[in-house]
Design a protein around this ligand. Sequence first.
Ligand code: ATP
Ligand code: MG
Length: 401
Amino acid sequence: MYNSIICRYHEIATKGNNRNMFERRLVENIQYLLRDVAPCRVRRVRGRVWVEHRDGIEFTSAELDAIRPQLAKAFGLESFSPAVRIAPPDQEEIRKAAVRTAADVIAPKLNGRDQLTFRVRARRSNKKYPLRSTEIEIDLVTRIAALFPPGSLKIDLDHAEITLGCEVRDEFAALFWERFDAPGGLPVGSNPRVLTLLSGGIDSPVAAYLAMKRGCPTDFITFHSAPYTPPETVDKVRGIAKLLNSFQQPGKLYCCNLAPLQKLIRDNCQERFRTVLYRRAMMRIAEQVARKNNCRALVTGEAVGQVASQTLVNLDTINHAVDILILRPLVGADKHDAIAIAEKIGSYPLSCVQVPDSCTVFAPSSPSTATPRALAEAEECRIPEYPAQIEKIIEDIVTYA
Ligand code: ATP
Ligand code: MG
């Protein structure tokens, strides 16, 4: 019964001069997300994005089932509602559509119950429309209540179980019965590209998601330690990157083998500093890859105090290995905050698959929780081949498009 979908956004609406760019990006992203699910036309009409069937007909329920999860991935959107679009706006047509759809929506919910709470919420931006919002509401409530046994629909303006929405605009009106949540944030692509350091853990996929949510498309870089880690270590991260790429036009995944440098660190440096030295090496490699590929910042899943390498002193030492902006969207998050997001976006079960991690290769039995910068630098100076080895690892990167 629905021939269009109303898409609402919020933060973009506050963007002043840049609003146009944000809206255009949002429309493009929605077109992209819906490209394989239904033939759609997507356009902006003053403060809303409207998705319509390309042939002006109703969406099938299979098409709507496919559209819903895709719109739920559109950063920048706050919510959306499948709607009946009536053009031009006309009260008799609105009434007919309300009555026609009411039976389908209300009857199954009323089934076996004496009473349901109900309301109509009307908004009128068309100031020439002959009825005011309250008059539209009263008109539709009266018609719909008449379809059901007396007393079975109870008006409740605050906590109704069923709400019929009605928007009357200049060129058309729209009726909708349901509202679905979308992720909010900013459309991917409205901010510059970033490079996420993606491990097989829980946190870094969530960090990548949050960067995309702020409008940054992301590429990914992962470190393994073949032959000390198995091929499954990379396979797992490829699976996670694939999932994250369903939220954006796919970013690349760069796979680096850190093992040659880890061996040099093992053989030349004090054991308890290994983890921080690995992480500094990862940052250096990631920085060069980012600069070559137009990524303006690195993103990590680090949080203050979560593990030994994430004390403030160690974070500072890791940070200063490079001169590029590092975003840490989870810096203040608890583990269960990260898990809740991971579950919502579907990365949690992928992250829970146990495979060896690059960081645990030759891991120290008791890692230093405070490695001052100068000390890390002195340790690295014991490895004359360090810069050449970094170059070699970068040359050997395997890229998955
Ligand atoms: P995660 O759950 O994301 O693995 P974590 O809590 O296990 O994080 P660490 O292992 O210390 O923490 O890693 C902190 C961050 O460093 C990760 O979130 C990720 O951004 C980056 N990182 C760690 N290991 C790797 C790796 N093998 N490849 C790419 N990035 C990594
Ligand atoms: Mg990890």
